[in-house]
Design a protein around this ligand. Structure first.
Ligand code: NAD
Length: 241
């Protein structure tokens, strides 16, 4: 049974990695997926594949650093679909350097994609969700939202910030029957880690599909229940005690 039939869900960072896995799971459950990414080439390949399997998938070329693009995207979604049931903020970036080496521009970019974008996307999604009296925003945090390690200061700041923002957003969204969840994945086998750390043992990481299945579970929870925060770790997680 396709339980997400008729649901319209926007996924950022949809072109690869966790975002792609989320699109695949939610599409298999029947949702209309809007794949948002700067990498339109990759996003189109994923969307073509979803459609070839009978899914409903559209690509939205979107740089989440650009407020104007986000506002225009939300207006288009309102116009074209008339609703937005889910917003999954998965786009994320990092740069592995010390604070001494971290350029101010790098700090700004990381904060913009990882923290400012979920704020902007939520801000412009909320009116649509309030109008329909329902919705679910899922912010992809990280174990970096809970702990700290060297050479990731901007990433940590953005992800701790996103966890805080997610809880704050829930306090304002709840009265309108809108759910907000901070999903905290541990290490996953995606290009985000595998491209940057070729020596990393993939066996200590988890398949992003497992996290995507958890998101599908969250979207299918009974209407009266919300899970504000959820950790999903590989059993051999190295960055968690
Ligand atoms: P990834 O690098 O494989 O994919 C990230 C996607 O985001 C890419 O498709 C990229 O094009 C897109 N993106 C980057 N900047 C963008 C922008 N300005 N506008 C629109 N799209 C943009 O990364 P991933 O592993 O799939 O990570 C997804 C999320 O999960 C991120 O928020 C990341 O911080 C988080 N996370 C990842 C891991 C992990 O181990 N991979 C662990 C915990 C949390």
């Amino acid at each position: 049974m396709k339980n997400l039939d008729g649901k319209v869900i926007l996924v950022t960072g949809a072109a690869r990695g966790l975002g792609e896995a989320i699109c695949r799971e939610l599409s298999a459950a029947g949702a209309q997926i809007i794949l948002a990414d700067v990498r339109a080439d990759l996003a189109n390949q994923v969307a073509d594949d979803l459609r070839s399997q009978g899914g409903k998938a559209d690509v939205l070329t979107l740089d989440v650093m650009d407020e104007k693009q986000i506002r225009a995207a939300m207006e288009k979604i309102h116009q074209d679909y008339g609703r937005l049931d889910g917003l999954i903020n998965s786009a994320g970036i990092d740069k592995t350097v010390s604070i001494d080496e971290l350029e101010v521009d790098d700090w700004d970019c990381i904060m913009s994609v990882n923290l400012r974008a979920p704020f902007l996307l939520s801000k412009y999604a909320l009116p649509i969700m309030r109008e329909q009296g329902s919705g679910h925003i899922i912010n992809i945090c990280s174990t970096a939202s809970k702990r700290a390690w060297p050479n990731a200061s901007a990433y940590h700041a953005s992800k701790w910030g996103l966890l805080g923002f997610s809880h704050a957003l829930l306090t304002e969204a709840r009265p309108h029957n809108i759910k907000v969840t901070a999903l905290i994945p541990g290490g996953m086998r995606t290009p985000f880690l595998l491209d940057r750390f070729p020596d990393l043992d993939p066996n200590v990481l988890q398949d992003p599909k497992n996290v995507a299945e958890t998101i599908c579970f969250l979207m299918l929870m009974p209407e009266e229940t919300v899970i504000p925060e959820l950790l999903v770790l590989p059993i051999r997680e190295t960055s968690w005690p």
